[in-house]
Design a protein around this ligand. Sequence first.
Ligand code: 1GP
Length: 236
Amino acid sequence: MRQWIKPWRHVFKLDPDRMLADGELEAICRSGTDAILVGGSTGVTYDNTLELLNRIRRHALPCALEISNLEAAVPGFDLYLIPMVLNTADTDWIFGQHRKALERYGSLIPWEQLLTEGYIVLNADSAVAQLTGADCALNGNEASAYAQIADRLMSLPIVYIEYSGAFGDMRTVQSIRETVEQAQLFYGGGIATEMQAAEAAALCDTVVVGNVIYRDLQQALSTVDAVKRTARIVLD
Ligand code: 1GP
């Protein structure tokens, strides 16, 4: 499964709880993005997730579900991404919810389709930070230490820098980049322009674009090329 996500440079994240007309969804799916990630922090249900999956399936591109709510674990996705929030004191978001899922669905879990994401949540105003009680007041060094927990101690396949709703501090992102060796580094948060997309793409393996889709679709679409033409900086 790691091999599956390796080529992903640009990903659109779609929220099942938000409206998207068929034409808009088509533009997203035909934009040249590498994959669609379905997920959201609030209002995600089994029904709205299934409906969105069915609509995306009219198009030929990989579709992954980021599971944030057990009730919305819909079968039929290519891949399931399981977030583990590292910078919270609330163990429910590190492994508590995961334990409940295993108790409930243990024998049904398609392990070969699962990848775990070590989440570092860095925007205190975001829904995900508020929901998970994440400690977002981290300097670059502290954020990098969390990244190393995911990358080195836990050997997680993905480290996800999550600034959801606000463009992040690229110095912090660079500090994390410098320490991550084997995990695929995802960045998401506040990308609304080509320049922001390119900045994140220079430092990270995979750039996730969400909110701007619902505000300014043309701007969202322009981030695809911006990411694709940006080479990742190779650090010593
Ligand atoms: C959210 O990381 C994604 O989980 C993308 O962030 O919605 O701010 O683009 P935005």
